[in-house]
Design a protein around this ligand. Structure first.
Ligand SMILES: Cc1ncc(COP(=O)(O)O)c(C=O)c1O
Length: 338
């Protein structure tokens, strides 16, 4: 069964019978400020795409990676990893996943027939031989982060158990580089794959590009498992410019941080929250009655993500204009408590 994500506004618009163009859509964790689309030479549209050495160099520099390979979104590899791991380890049958977190990981391993084990606050200890551990860092939607020290200890455990550690860093770009595990992948660290998403921080999710950062061995496996034209030419072109543009990246971090803080204050002061957690790409607010507040917001044409657990709402970050509209709606909601 298809998993419900943020986005897909048409479904909610139809349900509430409000035209799509009237909605404030904060249902995803995609930055509201997009990297400016440059003039793209005609040849980039005309030619079949090739992964250039210059793109790989720029990506290696941005991610601090020894080996990395572009994907048509990190989701494409999430779907493929069970098959790649099963080919490498035919006896593998266990996977450890965060109980709360981006559900596509769970779906992929479940479909491949793996036995699912769940953890949450504490990383799994005593894992089975040949198993797989998935860590979403920071967690989406919970925002929780495991430290490099914790991840290194887990990596060693995985190594000893001939197991694979997958770290999904889809939202890591807004943090300082030392929060990423990529730089800790050494020649001997053969059992870690870090997934990086391009679309969220750069506000261009429609480009469909992401990266796998890993050891030389996994690099070869992933490279050979992807179709030669998996990532389109314009995406490769724009990504090379964006990953090289340090000035834009610094400004993006600052404006996202600023908007996130303002929005958190607004939510705090208007809604009956139990607790609230945030980073510069999304804010997750917990409520006693999250589904009712979700409905109330939808009635005002504000679309946020109700968590699968029905205990929280995840708000994408609003730009200045969107924030003003959100403020009006939240103040109306505050005046008419449920
Ligand atoms: C935690 C997490 N990982 C991976 C993805 C996949 O993103 P993409 O395929 O755009 O890289 C998402 C998308 O929302 C996500 O939330």
């Amino acid at each position: 069964m298809a998993i419900l994500h943020g986005g897909q506004l048409s479904r909610v618009a139809k349900q509430y019978q409000i035209p799509e163009k009237e909605w404030l859509d904060l249902s995803t964790g995609i930055a509201p400020f997009s990297y400016p689309i440059p003039d793209i030479p005609l040849s980039v549209w005309q030619d079949l795409p090739t992964i250039s050495a210059s793109l790989i160099d720029v990506a290696k520099n941005y991610y601090q990676a020894k080996y990395c390979w572009p994907l048509s979104g990190s989701q494409s590899l999430i779907e493929k990893l069970p098959q790649l791991w099963s080919e490498k380890q035919p006896l593998a049958s266990h996977v450890y996943l965060p109980k709360v977190g981006y559900k596509e990981h769970q779906q992929a391993w479940k479909t491949a027939g793996y036995q699912l084990h769940f953890y949450q606050q504490t990383l799994p200890a005593n894992i089975e031989q040949n198993s797989v551990v998935v860590v979403i860092n920071p967690n989406n939607p919970l925002t929780d982060i495991f430290t490099i020290k914790q991840l290194s200890a887990l990596q060693k455990q995985c190594h000893a158990q001939n197991s694979l550690l997958i770290i999904d860093e889809a939202f890591t770009d807004v943090f300082a580089p030392e929060y990423s595990f990529v730089a800790h992948i050494k020649a001997e660290t053969t059992n870690v794959i870090v997934l990086r998403s391009f679309g969220k921080f750069f506000g261009l999710a429609g480009l469909r590009i992401g990266f796998a950062c890993c050891s030389a061995e996994w690099f070869e496996l992933i490279k050979h498992s992807t179709s030669p034209w998996a990532v389109n030419g314009p995406a490769l072109y724009i990504t090379e410019l964006a990953l090289n543009d340090k000035k834009w990246q610094t400004a993006q971090k600052q404006r996202l941080q600023k908007q996130s803080q303002k929005q958190q204050q607004l939510i705090n002061s208007t809604l009956p929250i139990l607790s609230i957690k945030s980073n510069a790409l999304f804010i997750t607010a917990f409520f006693n009655n999250a589904p009712a507040i979700y409905q109330q917001l939808c009635q005002h044409a504000v679309y946020v993500r109700l968590t699968d657990e029905n205990d929280a709402l995840r708000f994408g970050i609003a730009d200045e204009v969107q924030l003003k509209r959100l403020a009006i709606v939240l103040m109306q909601c505050a005046k008419k408590p449920l």
